[in-house]
Ligand binder design. Structure first.
Ligand SMILES: C[S@@+](CC[C@H](N)C(=O)[O-])C[C@H]1O[C@@H](n2cnc3c(N)ncnc32)[C@H](O)[C@@H]1O
Length: 436
């Protein structure tokens, strides 16, 4: 989605919401937001996607008469309300100015030329942008050396029907007015901010953002959620024709059901908030701590399951057992083994345990069906990861080589083993067990 399209979509979406925007949970959330950051008297602050100025005015009080706050937003209706509130307050907010423009292109906004700021805030807006890393890199140019950027992104189960809608649109190759699939955990927000060149000081999870905490929807209510999101709220006309809506309905149902456990779909009212700093000499931050020890990362096809691993894995074992054939839909499953303690799942929204024997526990993604891992109950200190789930480009060091073919007694008859020099066993010497 080009940034102009994003901005047009935002205007369409927020223009009609501007009149009652201040009746929503955003009022309380902006108070929590400012309580988590340091805005001091005399600071120059830039509040991006400022909306009706909820956070901007709080910042104005914090910086006092010697500081200044600029709020920028693209939606005229939101800015009209902000300007109205400023007028109503007499000279209380003299240190605030509002500018209209697309914050993906701050260089095109008159009034920002040559300016840098002590603090930049972006509340409840990052997930509206198709490329979070690119916009953060752009915003960071407007920070003073040592300046702070504070911004939040959604918990994957926040407004869960919106998430399902996003998946539905992606499967139909349609543009969606937001991009939240990447925002899976505190770590994924930290990673995206650090990849944009800023050092993250902390990330916190703000629970109970809109006041309902957690709730569970009956899986059968999918149609109500489809109607509410797709029919009622589709101001950007993503699902423009009846034909597309019909297709979207089937996919929405499928994606909604995939998220259900025991007939319920969980919704979590939470966001992740990151506070990051530009280095004192203005140079780009290169992560040395968080990612230093990561040897490889991985995940599933749809991205809802993600992990990182800090240990060099074993060489590859190709398991030809019948279960591996059936769960992979192939002739065998290639695995690498790692110490379980070296593995951290950073996103588990759709990770589901799969028990197909008394000896081992497998896991897979309910979103896309990808097999992820297997742990033998007799050896929980070791986890086997499917090689297909490993991000090949993330590998530091040498890529594992094929070392063993196991369970050849169950090998698919049509499979011809390659001359790869790997050891071959009928059952499973390595794992010392008789079924997987
Ligand atoms: C959920 S509101 C958040 C408003 C405010 N930050 C708050 O916390 O109350 C999202 C805001 O992002 C603005 N927005 C979306 N895309 C934008 C863009 N490309 N440039 C400027 N503002 C944008 C919308 O107009 C809307 O006011």
């Amino acid at each position: 989605m080009a940034s102009e399209v994003q901005a047009d979509n935002a205007i369409r979406f927020y223009e009609s919401r501007s009149y009652n925007y201040d009746d929503t949970w955003h009022v309380d959330f902006t108070k929590r937001f400012i309580s988590l950051i340091t805005v001091e008297p005399g600071h120059n602050v830039l509040d991006l996607a400022c909306g009706t100025g909820l956070l901007t005015f709080l910042e104005s009080e914090a910086v006092g008469p010697t500081g200044h706050v600029i709020g920028v937003d693209v939606t005229p209706g939101m800015l009209n309300i902000a300007a109205h509130k400023k007028r109503q307050a007499g000279n209380k907010y003299e240190n605030v100015s509002f500018l209209q423009g697309d914050i993906s292109h701050l260089d095109r906004i008159q009034g920002l030329e040559g300016k840098t700021f002590d603090v930049i805030t972006v509340a409840s807006a990052l997930v509206l942008f198709p490329d979070p890393k690119a916009v953060i890199e752009h915003w960071a140019q407007y920070l003073k050396p040592g300046g702070i950027l504070a911004l939040d992104s959604t918990h994957p189960r926040n407004l869960v029907s919106g998430m399902v809608l996003e998946r539905t649109a992606r499967r139909l190759n349609l543009a969606v007015p937001y991009n939240r699939e990447w925002s899976q955990s505190e770590s994924t927000l930290k990673n995206v901010v650090e990849s944009a060149g800023l050092e993250v000081e902390k990330v916190v999870t703000c629970e109970n953002q809109a006041g309902y905490g957690k709730r569970f929807h009956d899986v059968d209510t999918w149609d109500d959620h489809f109607v509410e999101n797709v029919i009622m709220k589709d101001v950007t006309r993503t699902f423009a024709t009846n034909e597309i809506r019909k297709q979207a309905q089937g996919i929405f149902k499928e994606e909604w059901e995939r998220l259900s456990v025991d007939g319920k779909v969980e919704e979590v009212d939470a966001v992740f908030l990151a506070i990051a700093r530009k280095s004192a000499d203005g140079s780009r931050y290169i992560s040395t701590s968080a990612n230093k020890d990561i040897v490889f990362t991985g995940g599933c096809r749809c991205g809802s399951v993600q992990y990182k691993c800090t240990a060099q894995p074993s060489e590859l074992t190709f398991c030809h057992c019948r279960t591996c054939q059936q769960v992979s839909g192939s002739a065998f499953l290639p695995f690498i083994e790692v110490p379980t303690e070296s593995l951290e799942f950073t996103s588990t929204m759709t990770l589901k345990k799969l028990v197909l024997s008394s000896k081992s526990d497998r896991s897979f993604c309910t979103g896309c069906g990808a097999p992820i891992s297997m742990i033998f109950r007799s050896n929980p200190e070791e986890t086997s990861l499917t090689m297909s789930s490993v991000d090949q480009d993330s590998f530091k060091g040498t890529m594992p080589k094929v070392k063993k073919h196991i369970y050849l007694e169950e090998k698919a008859p049509w499979m011809v083993l390659p001359e790869d020099g790997a050891s071959r066993s009928q059952r499973v010497e390595l794992l010392n067990t008789s079924d997987t």
